[in-house]
Design a protein around this ligand. Sequence first.
Ligand SMILES: [Zn+2]
Length: 233
Amino acid sequence: MTYVEQLLKYQDEDEKLLKVERELAGSQERKNLAQAVNFVTKATERLEALDGKALSLSLTLEQLNKKYAEVAEVLAEFENLDELLEGGADIAFYKKNLAQISDKLKTIKQEVANLTKSIKESNEEFQTLYTKYRAMQKQGKEFQEAYEKLKSEKRAESEVIKKELEKLAADIAPEVMQRYQSKRSERIFPILCPEKAGRCSKCGSELSLADKEKLLSGKVVECDNCHRFIYKL
Ligand SMILES: [Zn+2]
């Protein structure tokens, strides 16, 4: 067997390994798990943000309550209005004051209404998201188990192929094997492809005269464009 034939045999076996790797990477199990992890991560961030918002809203409510108490205190002074007027106080002044306080109370009332709405919405969002988050956390565990199961199955398949590859590699010169593996790690596949009418059969790039001569003498050359090994049997 020529070394090109040996390499091709190795590549055929290696293709099986690649297929197993791709089956795992492209599996529904992996996609499900990735989606669940993504959801849980984003939901955690949102829940934390909502938690912060709830704190800020409750502080605002506290301030608003304080403001309301202050205004109510001022209003209490008007309980003695009759006495004040009897004592010769200016009614116009108190009327103006009363109108201002009434406006203030209206504003506070509106603010309280807005705040209550915000708190309610924020609470609802939190509850809905938290329910989904818990459900996804639970489902995520199932997805994780399914993925681990598939991974161990694929690992077992890979081990069988890798043993075969080791046997085949024993017949191939180490420096050739090293160059092959370096291409493999660059995600080039197939790594070896046949020459076709003086060109690389994979990308169609024309080979130099020197490379064509090398091919005729049974050597392997490298495509200048896609960097695959080109052979001629
Ligand atoms: Zn090429």
